[in-house]
Unconditional design. Structure first.
Length: 483
């Protein structure tokens, strides 16, 4: 019998798990994928929003501003990259200026500090690649950029260090009330728990509607992205947005914490919660808007495109809290942008409510910090030489584009909740994320995974069951060659 079962190992579920791990409780996180951060959390804009966009008085606005304020200390505690680079919302004509003024007033009402409107001269002085016809912009210096992979992984690893259990490749199929507790049916068997936290992303409405009298409806909203090679430098230092529309914050141009430039997302409503394929039309619309805001974008240096799904709730509001008609069932649903930013505050809110409901008591010794995968690139020459002498694997470069060593890959596999697939290694080390997109290093990573996991090469996957990357043909089986 668990005290809390969390459905979903995205950034919200893992943030809640970490905050709940401050208490003496049996906590289990399940996810249908083979790792944390495999849904919405792995494919988003990687932005820490300032908080001017959400409607004043909404839970979304409150948690956005609180999450932004918490992110700096959290990043320091969990050893993850984070930078407050600031953001600009630009307008292209004086007729659009009232939209900036409205955002400014809304942001101040939400409690966002230091907002101001920059005029053309100052604006183009600090961002010379902005389109020439931009006349003004709302500047939010507290906005930032982060890596959604490392944030989610760090939250999960820290939760695990504090006793939280994780089960992957475990899909929840039904939830039943049995006496005073719940039974969560999964494709791996039933699990009993005193309380359930529904953090299932684009599937959260399905679980809510098992108990909720007021039904939820979540629309998978696809966002297409493009990523520029790091070699081009950064066309802009700050995150650049157009004025928002009813479909979201619009297509941005932003630096990443790793030195790339990201363009996106589109906003295309779908019925299929697994439809993450990009389309030619989506990418064409993306590039048209991105080049409208920022000139001189080197589009020939795009190294990849991808798409993610946002869990858009019909009311465009976070749905967080206990269902009165099902005591012990808690929602963490409708977590779309600014969900990544809000995740630290969401975790605190949920943990406070669930611990009070279950009468949980705080631990005496909570582990608040965590160290990430060692990056030899931050070491001095003398430090690196000493490291390689002690651990030669750090002297063997596997991924040339991102200069990732075998030592880093071994660390990613061996650490708590370690990587079990090529994509798992990618999210922890950035291997396969460079210019060649894994063309040169994938086979070496597969070999390392096979050796470390004690499985044949044909069992190594890209992203879990059904995504094997090698097979043995009849000729090889008959001794004619290797797989």
């Amino acid at each position: 019998m668990y005290d809390v079962l969390i459905i979903g190992a995205g950034v919200s579920g893992c943030a809640c798990a970490r905050e709940l791990s401050r208490y003496d409780a049996r906590i289990l996180v399940i996810d249908k994928e083979d790792d944390v951060c495999c849904g919405t959390s792995k494919a988003n804009s990687a932005i820490v929003h300032a908080g001017y966009d959400a409607a004043s008085g909404s839970l979304m606005a409150k948690l956005n501003v609180e999450g932004n304020a918490l992110m700096g200390q959290l990043a320091e505690d969990l050893d993850i990259p984070f930078r407050r680079n600031g953001s600009l919302v630009v307008c292209f004509s004086e007729e659009d200026r009232p939209g900036l003024t409205k955002l400014l007033e809304q942001g101040r009402a939400n409690g966002v500090p230091d907002l101001r409107i920059l005029e053309r001269g100052e604006l183009h002085a600090i961002e010379p690649n902005l389109a020439d016809d931009i006349v003004a912009a709302l500047y939010a210096p507290t906005a930032g950029i982060i890596c959604p992979f490392t944030l989610t992984i760090a939250l999960a690893e820290n939760a695990a260090a504090n006793g939280v259990e994780f089960r992957f490749n475990t899909a929840a199929t039904d939830i039943r009330r049995v006496g005073g507790h719940f039974v969560v049916d999964t494709d791996q068997g039933p699990i009993e728990t005193r309380a359930v936290l529904n953090a299932a992303g684009v599937y959260a409405d399905r679980f809510h509607n098992l108990f909720g009298e007021k039904k939820l409806h979540i629309t998978p909203r696809r966002g297409d992205y493009c990523l520029l090679d790091r070699v081009v430098g950064l066309p802009v230092e700050r995150t650049v947005f157009p004025l928002p529309s009813k479909f979201g914050k619009g297509i941005l141009v932003a630096p990443t914490v790793h030195g790339n430039t990201i363009l996106g997302p589109t906003a295309i409503d779908l019925d299929d919660p697994e439809a993450t394929a990009t389309t030619a039309a989506g990418l064409e619309a993306l590039l048209a808007q991105a080049t409208r805001s920022v000139k001189n974008l080197p589009l020939k240096q795009i190294i990849t495109s991808f798409a993610g799904l946002r869990a858009h709730e019909d009311g465009h509001e976070f749905v967080i809290g206990e269902l009165s008609e099902a005591p012990g069932f808690f929602d963490c649903a409708g977590i779309e942008s600014p969900g990544l930013t809000s995740s630290p505050a969401i975790g605190k809110m949920v943990a406070e409510e669930m611990s009070a409901k279950l009468n949980l008591h705080k631990k005496e010794h909570f582990i608040a910090t965590r160290k990430g995968v060692l990056d030899p690139k931050v070491l001095s020459y003398e430090e690196y030489a000493a490291l390689v002498k002690e651990q030669p694997a750090y002297g063997s470069v596997v991924c040339r584009c991102e200069t990732v060593t075998e030592g880093e890959i071994l660390d990613a596999i061996r650490r708590p909740l370690g990587a079990r697939s090529v994509d798992g290694v990618k999210r922890r080390t950035r291997s396969t994320m460079g210019r060649c997109q894994g063309g040169f290093c994938s086979s070496r990573i597969m070999a390392i995974l096979a050796r470390e996991l004690g499985v044949p090469l044909t069992a190594v996957t890209k992203c879990g069951p059904g995504s094997q990357m090698a097979y043995e043909d009849d000729w090889a089986q008959k001794g004619g060659g290797r797989a």
